[in-house]
Design a protein around this ligand. Structure first.
Ligand SMILES: *Cc1c(COP(=O)(O)O)cnc(C)c1O
Length: 423
């Protein structure tokens, strides 16, 4: 049996209708921004393997750190024990996170980072004997696939089978240009009419919705409204974190600070699954008590895995090199040039750029669904041409590894231009 045949015999893939989907491509190795399949066909990974890989595939520097850690202390339970790699990650994050963040809690992936934040928001008020049981979230948000994260997510076909089984979420519009006031008013209404504990949002860019962007001033205003009403704010930086928006965190653009921040994806440079939720001292203090019942009874077996911590430390070191910061600026300038070039194309509705993130919306005769026919046509065209891009309906976005070369980036642009002509 070929690997593909064995795959279809044994494996169940994410977000996949196995009856109608194509067989997955077997990837056998990766280097830099490139991936090779089993037939040695090469692909440019223009979405950094779901936004996790800024420093390139099979990165030697991160791999060496992981190997060193694996052969020193691969894992130890984090209940009752601690270790230097976890402490170093915390120290490092304190240097680069918004100033009000003082405590960090480890978990395994973006969904669990969100799960922890939502549970903490709810228990914060429980510990203070105040009845606040609802969470506010944006329309079309994506916060992950575990239950509380799913409840906060607004992309309906991801969650439709579970309606009625969720914690209560009040949904408000995203403050995109022209809709700011509607969003502010909706937030005020939500707070007035419901007992809201927290507001969770993807700062400045909604990734899974198709790289929908909004301004830092609008987010600052929403956070201010929450602060005036003691509603806790949760910045889900799982996608935006570690340089994607051009600054270390999207919240670095925003004049108000969030109470909690969720991190994962690029945290370990795309090597080992790990996540972190960070908190203010005020939040930690609401759990700090002689009464054991006020503790946060949440944890995962692999919490603060030392190997993951070593990968995170190496990744943050790489992010902070001037070479990587130059790469981010270079990609941004290149995206802005490409945006200028195609935004007036007759088949383009609009194009947008922030940091290394670029998105273009393509005109379509019919309403384009998330996994609709245009999406399939585009996706297949990109794969045929050796470029990995996963359009969201009629939106094509690029989120490349920071080490992508200029030639590779031009190849990605050229393929997108050809795809626009083709559909
Ligand atoms: C990907 C993502 C998540 C979920 O992360 P997983 O690791 O897939 O569970 C949560 N929030 C945002 C903003 C994301 O982009």
């Amino acid at each position: 049996m070929t690997l593909s045949e064995k795959d279809s015999q044994y494996l169940w893939h994410p977000y996949t209708q196995h009856k109608t989907s194509q067989t997955p491509i077997v990837i056998s190795r990766g280097e830099g921004a490139l991936l090779w399949d089993e037939n040695n066909k090469v692909y440019i990974d223009a979405i950094a393997s779901w936004w996790v890989n800024p420093f390139g595939h099979s990165n030697k520097f991160i791999a060496d750190s992981i190997y060193k850690q694996l052969t020193t202390l691969e894992h130890v339970l984090f209940g009752g024990f601690t270790h230097e790699p976890a402490i170093k990650v915390a120290e490092k994050l304190m240097e680069i996170l918004p100033k009000n963040q003082e405590k960090i809690f480890f978990s395994d992936n973006g969904s669990t980072a969100v799960e922890v934040a939502i549970k903490v928001a709810l228990q914060y008020f429980f510990n203070k004997n105040e009845k606040r049981t609802k969470i506010i979230a944006f329309e079309n948000a994506f916060h992950g696939d575990t239950f509380a994260a799913m409840a906060a997510s607004g992309i309906s076909f991801y969650t439709q089978a579970f309606q009625g089984m969720f914690i209560d979420v009040v949904r408000i519009p995203v403050p995109v240009k022209g809709k700011e006031q509607i969003s502010f008013d909706a937030l005020k209404n939500a707070i007035q009419n419901h007992n809201c504990a927290g507001f969770i949002f993807e700062p400045l860019v909604q990734g899974a919705a198709g790289m929908v962007m909004y301004e830092p001033e609008a987010l600052a205003k929403l956070i201010r409204i929450c602060k005036e009403n003691q509603v806790l704010t949760i910045a889900d930086e799982v996608m935006t974190g570690f340089g994607k928006t051009g600054k270390t965190f999207a919240m670095d653009y925003v004049s108000e600070e969030a109470d909690m921040i969720c991190l994962s994806k690029a945290l370990t440079g795309g090597t080992i699954p790990m996540a972190i939720t960070t908190f203010t001292k005020d939040i930690f203090d609401a759990f700090f008590d002689d009464d054991i019942n006020k503790a946060l009874f949440h944890g995962h077996t692999f919490t603060a895995n030392p190997t993951g911590c070593a990968a995170a430390l190496a990744s943050i070191d790489l992010l902070q090199t001037s070479e990587m910061q130059q790469n981010i600026k270079r990609i941004n300038a290149s995206h802005l040039d490409f945006q200028k070039k195609i935004e007036n194309h007759s088949k383009v509705i609009t194009a947008r750029t922030l940091g290394v993130i670029f998105a273009v919306e393509i005109k379509s005769d019919s309403e384009e669904s998330y996994y609709g026919s245009m999406r399939t046509k585009l996706y297949n065209f990109f794969i045929e041409n050796g470029v990995i891009l996963r359009p969201v309906g009629n939106i094509v976005y690029i989120l490349p590894p920071y080490i992508i070369t200029d030639d590779q980036l031009q190849e990605v642009y050229k393929t997108i231009e050809e795809a626009i002509e083709m559909v």
